[in-house]
Design a protein around this ligand. Structure first.
Ligand SMILES: Cc1cc2nc3c(=O)[nH]c(=O)nc-3n(C[C@H](O)[C@H](O)[C@H](O)COP(=O)(O)OP(=O)(O)OC[C@H]3O[C@@H](n4cnc5c(N)ncnc54)[C@H](O)[C@@H]3O)c2cc1C
Length: 590
């Protein structure tokens, strides 16, 4: 982290410690916490749906320990990476495996030759966000071109959503949705693919110093709570280490709040609560009570911690006046033909069978295809904004309803001139946890100097609360907090005020998914699995490793797109496995 002492500012207090200096330890793939040895007697696996191809491929993954790294979720068929499967092979097994691999390769080649017969299989890609565009690019790269992206909005990008904001003559394009490339690349280590796209398409970004350039405030103005803040940094690190230790011992998950309490981190003051919020809620958009202890830890580590294959702890803020979405639109323009995308086209109903799909639009028109890949957000699926016919099977519905769609709300204000802190960030400690806590100055030399723009972020239940209020009331509450933070300033009326209502938006129903403690790995497997042969799913929420992130959506578009292409090229398949009933390892005692 590029902590810079020169950014220290008073009033408020700059914080010198960088979260990234502290190393998180996560010695093994965390998902095994909920026994991703799902093929145990305690779990009823729907074996029949695993095609010979997939079953064979799973065996290859299982036998070849080297392929299946302890934390490698990206193995396409979600192969359990249990140590029992990663034993050393005998020469005989190696020979049999090599011969099998050769036969399979020839078979696959044969299938792909045969696949020309199926090359024209049609696919409807439902949703034109990152997952949808990358899935389309993947099909295109595999020679499958008979696809159509169906998107309700008038442009591609989904939750990469920008808008011009400000008084006439002082307008800036701001990001209402995704704003940061989170974790970029360290040395020649793995690169965040969003960062790769940003560089490829020349996107304007700037490093955002979350930990080295921050001022602190309380209800009566500037307030020094650097110590509480640094304690919260340490507590978060210890939380993830303790989660890793639980994974090692195969202990059950709990809430992150349970974790905090067990490591003795009990935030009791307003300052400690605000500091904890900055570490936790500001990332997951829900409270520690609402979040899985283990999944939130790996969610952090797989993106930021290079020890476990993460990209690094740099956060690059998109400032490009074409919008952050430009990178995915530019990527699409390299392969997408006009007839392969339908914008301003809203899906109402998805009818599926083992011979194809029909998609009914709000306009009344019906589209037909051999396959559909649904990339609508978890919130859309939960909310029944789109009707499935037949209704999704119980195992799918349980998965959809068990994960959570959290909300993250940026509230933008523009003033005639800047009157606030000179740091990039500020943290406000209110007696009510989560009340307008995180502030960011865009009127800063690194962002949009002279813009007069500042924004404050709220999350989770607080976001839902303000979405139900009129703008005028929210504005008044925000100005009230600013008066508390800056008691010596006469706060003028803002020139402009805006916040998006992600939770109420029928195209999203929230901002991004969050993993609650009651959500098991098998649930996640089911969230990702196709239903029948023809209805497939992808999106940030289906990413076990990077749920919530842009790069999660990217990897899912790539992985599920690859699986679907293989399926099409071999003339059909059963697809990914699912678990029909997720059972307790041991029955509850009554
Ligand atoms: C406020 C906010 C801040 C965020 N910050 C970051 C960040 O800084 N960094 C980061 O990595 N990630 C961030 N994210 C998360 C990131 O934006 C998402 O993970 C990612 O964009 C999801 O992409 P997707 O393709 O899975 O889904 P989406 O982008 O939701 O794509 C699905 C598409 O389906 C369309 N659709 C929905 N219903 C219908 C229908 N009935 N008919 C037709 N089309 C429909 C939608 O319009 C949408 O375009 C943020 C998200 C939000 C909202």
């Amino acid at each position: 982290m590029q902590t810079s002492a020169s950014r220290i500012q008073i009033p408020g207090q700059s914080l010198l410690r960088s979260r990234s200096r502290l190393k998180h330890v996560f010695p093994r793939r965390p998902e095994s916490r909920s026994s991703l040895t799902t093929l145990t007697s305690t779990t009823a696996v729907h074996q029949n749906v695993i095609s010979d191809f997939c079953a064979f491929e799973r065996r290859v993954h299982m036998d070849m320990g080297a392929i299946c790294l302890p934390w490698d979720f990206s193995a396409r068929e979600e192969v359990p990476c249990d140590p029992v499967h990663t034993q050393t092979m005998s020469p005989l097994r190696m020979w049999i495996l090599s011969a099998s691999l050769l036969l399979w390769t020839l078979g696959a080649w044969g299938l792909s030759v045969d696949a020309t017969a199926h090359k024209d299989a049609s696919v409807l890609i439902l949703g034109g966000g990152v997952a949808g565009v990358i899935a389309a690019r993947t099909l295109h790269a595999k020679g499958i071109t008979n696809f159509t992206i169906v998107e309700a909005k008038g442009e591609l990008g989904g939750r990469m959503s920008s808008q011009s904001f400000g008084a006439p003559g002082k307008q800036i394009t701001l990001e209402l949705g995704a704003n940061w490339v989170q974790g970029t690349q360290t040395g020649d280590g793995p690169a965040n693919p969003i960062w790769t796209l940003a560089q490829k398409h020349g996107l304007h970004t700037h490093f955002n110093d979350w930990y080295g350039s921050i001022s602190t405030y309380g209800a009566t103005g500037p307030s020094d709570f650097v110590d509480e803040f640094n304690d919260s940094v340490d507590a978060y690190t210890n939380l993830t280490i303790a989660a890793g230790a639980r994974v090692d011992k195969r202990l059950v998950d709990g809430t992150a709040r349970t974790g905090y309490s067990l490591i003795g981190a009990k935030s009791q003051t307003a300052q400690a609560m605000a500091s904890e919020y900055y570490q936790f809620d500001w990332e997951y958009a829900q409270t520690p009570e609402q979040s899985s202890w283990i999944a939130s830890s790996w969610g952090n580590n797989f993106t930021y911690n290079t020890d476990v294959g993460g990209f690094g702890d740099d956060n690059q803020m998109a400032l490009d006046q074409r919008g952050f979405k430009y990178l995915i639109q530019a990527e699409a323009s390299e392969f997408l033909q006009p007839h392969q995308v339908r914008l301003n086209t809203t899906v109402k109903k998805i009818m599926y069978s083992n011979s194809g799909v029909e998609v009914e639009l709000v306009s009344g028109e019906t589209l037909h295809a051999d396959y559909a890949l649904c990339t609508f957000s978890l919130g859309v699926l939960q909310h029944d904004d789109v009707v499935f016919q037949p209704t999704l099977p119980d195992w799918k519905q349980e998965a959809v309803q068990s994960m959570v769609m959290a909300t993250y709300t940026k509230i933008f204000l523009q003033f005639p001139e800047k009157f606030w802190f000179d740091t990039e960030m500020a943290l406000y400690a209110d007696s009510e946890r989560g009340r307008y806590p995180v502030w960011q100055s865009l009127d800063h030399e690194n962002f949009f100097p002279g813009s007069g723009i500042i924004f404050v972020t709220v999350t989770g239940d607080y976001s839902q609360r303000i979405e139900a209020l009129p703008d005028s009331q929210v504005q008044e509450e925000v100005l009230g907090v600013m008066r508390a933070m800056f008691p010596n300033v006469t706060i003028p009326e803002p020139l402009a005020f805006h916040f998006p209502r992600w939770h109420s938006d029928p195209l999203f129903r929230g901002s991004y998914s969050n993993w609650p403690a009651s959500f098991f790995s098998e649930h996640h497997e089911n969230l990702r699995a196709n239903v029948g042969e023809r209805l497939w799913f992808a999106g940030e929420a289906t990413s076990q490793k990077y749920f919530g992130f842009l790069h999660g959506a990217y990897f899912e578009g790539l992985d599920v797109g690859t699986s679907l292409a293989k399926c099409i090229q071999r003339g059909g398949c059963a697809g990914m496995q699912h678990v029909t009933e997720i059972q307790n390892p041991r029955p509850y005692q009554t």
